[in-house]
Design a protein around this ligand. Structure first.
Ligand SMILES: Nc1ncnc2c1ncn2[C@@H]1O[C@H](COP(=O)(O)OP(=O)(O)OP(=O)(O)O)[C@@H](O)[C@H]1O
Length: 239
């Protein structure tokens, strides 16, 4: 359980070094970021600046060289691999650029299979899947397979699937990279809506700076260094 007013996602003084020949490359250099429930932060910066590394560390997929990662009050860097897997499964939703849907499964089955494998009853998983497909605007497409869906619809399935486990944190990597402008905007608006409705802490890596005003704050990476997040709210309200 998160304490009142404490951030849901917190990276504190996180450094990540990768081996590089005889030396190391510093992908994250003393990065600190806090994201609250219902807050959506855009993460921008040039290629190679460390954005994907930040998401990987926040997702607990990569252990930082130093610093602390806390999710919903649980400090991740000290946990065993087993406890980390449980934390990730229960608390973290990840949305990659490419939806990576299974070709033979319907939209509903893409959502149900993960939950069922995690031990949830088929009935409960199917009911949650139906609810989420409706939220992402795909109630009529539950029985369609990936090839029968547009790119935008496939990304909506991807978003619904990430929400199946009721995560506290949503980590999104370039969700609009493969979409045209109109579909890109509707996907970012959907991410905004689910961030608000489910009160998740969302970090979205994006190159589309025009959608940044739909988010609460923008954080900029450069050479592994994260500049302090800047609020996107104008005095008259940017949203
Ligand atoms: N597995 C790895 N092994 C070694 N170096 C890596 C690894 N992953 C990333 N790096 C290096 O870490 C730095 C940050 O890379 P990262 O992929 O996090 O940047 P990025 O901002 O996400 O870039 P892009 O926008 O191109 O995806 C780069 O110098 C990259 O070459």
């Amino acid at each position: 359980m998160s304490e009142l007013n404490s951030p849901v996602l917190s990276l504190a003084d996180v450094t990540l070094e990768y081996p590089d020949g005889d030396g190391t490359v510093t992908a994250l250099d003393h990065v600190t970021i806090n994201v609250d429930a219902g807050e959506m932060v855009s993460l921008v910066g040039p290629s190679g600046s460390g954005k994907s590394s930040l998401l990987a560390v926040a997702a607990t997929l990569v252990k930082p060289t130093s610093g602390l990662v806390t999710i919903d009050g649980m400090e991740a860097t000290g946990l065993s691999d087993k406890a980390l897997t449980t934390l990730r499964r229960d608390k973290v939703g990840i949305i990659f650029q490419q939806p990576n849907l299974l070709a033979s499964l319907t939209a509903a089955e893409q959502l149900i299979i993960g939950d069922h494998l995690r031990g949830k009853s088929l009935r409960a998983a199917a009911s949650r899947a139906a609810e989420l497909l409706e939220i992402v605007g795909l109630a009529d497409s539950a029985r369609k397979r990936p090839h029968q869906l547009s790119g935008g619809q496939r990304q909506r399935v991807n978003i619904a699937r990430a929400l199946m486990g009721s995560p506290s944190v949503l980590l999104v990597d370039e969700p609009t990279a493969a979409l045209d402008h109109e579909r890109s905007e509707s996907i970012v608006r959907l991410l905004r809506q689910v961030t608000d409705d489910f009160q998740v802490a969302t970090v979205m890596v994006t190159h589309d700076t025009e959608f940044v005003p739909l988010t609460d704050a923008v954080a900029t990476m450069r050479d592994g260094v994260l500049a302090a997040a800047v609020s996107t709210m104008s005095p008259v309200g940017a949203r």
